[in-house]
Design a protein around this ligand. Structure first.
Ligand code: FAD
Length: 444
């Protein structure tokens, strides 16, 4: 590793991506300072209202491994081997995520962030808390705070979906492309507490989904036996955040729509009104960098909706890719920034699209018999011909195939499966040599 550079680096934001990136940079010998607007979460509880747990998958693990902290996180992550779908009658269907042994992992955002910050400090990174960046002087790589200005060799903006540095680029540079799109749905976190003796009141090693067409509830397990639930729900309309005015409205809605979840949620009505309603945004922009002075990373460059569980994973993959470019180009930061954005932009645009597509899939399709049959056919094909057919979900979640390639492969597969699912009596002959031959003809 390059231990010779004296370049001073500023990272804005000690969130998940900023903290991980700092470890990679410090391990290459750079002097790294992070400026974080919030207090130190290891000393103060500031998690209220933010998504408490996240699904960590292969791209995220790769990022953590590269920084030497995979094992630390494995100890506190809960494997989820598949989806458990709950229909409106409370009946359950299971669908594995991948092959036997494959899983995505429920991980506490708070624990993950705390471990990342502590590891960053162990590597010599200095984190300055309660420091909100208010502006940037691009030409001089200077971060501006209320009372002071700090000059760096380069600045990384890992300050999340509402990035200050990105806003500066938007307002002050020519031909900066920017778009933000909000869903008509927001989200609210709710809780299923642990049973007696910290027991799990539902299947532990699964991601639970209550798909209901226009909206859905999901639940991920926590280490203490509880589940964090997230209700993805329209802001306005018949069944919507707007339509729930009283605690009674809330209970009635759950009784009607999520009847098997309701008895597990003793504080539902209080939580519903105490917890904030979050909005869901996709942000796209370009370029992500300015000369060798500034580079956006993580949600600051590419915020996506959370339905593929890939926002953080994609941000961690940014760090892996960036580190590979440091290895290749040494201290040539102009080239590194430019190549980084050119490499990543098609992939982050692709995962933005995939995440939106998965919103439709999760809320509308995962409960349908036809959809489940399609997934069964795909799983069987993969079992028999692993190199010819890798389901899209596996490409995104259990591989490092570039997201853009996964999206293209997925489109092709969907076209083939559309034809197959239209066959007469597909329910009976789904596993027949005839169907198998048709699929193989389409893809070879
Ligand atoms: P953030 O985590 O937002 O961190 C940004 C940091 O910058 C924060 O600490 C903030 O305080 C700080 N900051 C902001 N402005 C300034 C400023 N001006 N000056 C200094 N500091 C500043 N991803 C997954 O991979 N799997 C999931 O299952 C998943 N589930 C999700 C569920 C929900 C409901 C949501 C909303 C998101 C989910 N995500 C998931 C996405 C994931 O949370 C984000 O992609 C990830 O947090 C991005 O990390 P980041 O470090 O880029 O930004």
């Amino acid at each position: 590793m390059n231990k010779s550079s004296s370049k001073e680096i500023i990272i804005l934001g000690a969130g998940l991506v900023g903290s991980l990136l700092s470890i990679y940079l410090a391990r290459r010998g750079y002097s790294v300072h992070i400026y974080e607007r919030r207090p130190d979460m290891r000393k103060e509880n500031i998690s209220a209202g933010r998504s408490i747990n996240l699904a960590l998958s292969d791209r995220g693990w790769r990022g953590l491994k590269g920084a030497g902290i995979e094992e630390e996180i494995r100890k506190v992550a809960i494997p989820m081997h598949g989806r458990v779908m709950h229909n409106v009658k409370g009946e359950i269907t299971r669908q594995p995520y991948g092959e036997k042994g494959q899983a995505i992992y429920a991980t506490s955002r708070g624990i993950l962030n705390c471990v990342l910050m502590t590891e960053a400090e162990k590597n010599g990174v200095e984190i300055h808390f309660n420091e909100r960046c208010t502006g940037i002087d691009l030409e001089n790589a200077t971060a501006i705070f209320n009372e002071k200005k700090i000059v760096a060799g380069s600045i990384f903006s890992a300050d999340g979906a509402f990035s200050t540095a990105r806003l500066h680029l938007q307002l002050n540079t020519d031909r900066f492309e920017y778009s933000q799109n909000y869903l008509n749905h927001g989200y609210k976190e709710l809780i299923i507490p642990a049973g007696e003796g910290n027991t799990f009141l539902m299947e532990k090693n699964a991601l639970h989904i209550w798909p209901r067409g226009g909206y859905m509830l999901i639940a991920l397990p926590n280490l203490d036996g509880s589940f964090t639930c997230t209700l993805f729900f329209p802001f306005e309309g018949k069944d919507s955040f707007d339509s729930i005015k009283t605690k009674d409205d809330c209970i009635k809605l759950f009784k009607r729509i999520f009847p098997d979840a309701l008895p597990l949620m003793p504080t539902l009505a209080e939580d519903f009104f105490n917890n904030p309603t979050g909005s869901l945004v996709t942000v796209k922009c370009f370029p992500w960098s300015f000369k060798d002075k500034l580079c956006l990373m993580g949600d600051a460059a590419h915020a996506i909706v959370p339905f593929y569980g890939q926002g953080m994973n994609c941000g961690f993959e940014d760090c892996t890719v960036f580190d590979q470019l440091l290895e290749k180009y040494g201290d040539d930061w102009d080239t590194i920034f430019s190549e980084f954005q050119n490499l990543r932009k098609p992939d982050t645009d692709a995962i933005a699209e995939l995440a939106y597509m998965n919103f439709i899939e999760m809320r509308d399709l995962v409960g349908s018999q036809k959809f489940l049959l399609q997934k069964k056919i795909e799983a069987r094909l993969h079992e028999k011909y692993p190199t010819k057919w890798l389901p899209l979900y596996s490409q995104v979640t259990f591989s490092d195939i570039p997201y853009s390639k996964a999206l293209a492969n997925g489109r092709l597969q969907e076209e083939v499966m559309k034809k197959i699912m239209k066959l007469d009596n597909i329910e009976e002959k789904w596993d027949s040599p005839e169907v198998e031959k048709m699929i193989l003809n389409h893809i070879s």
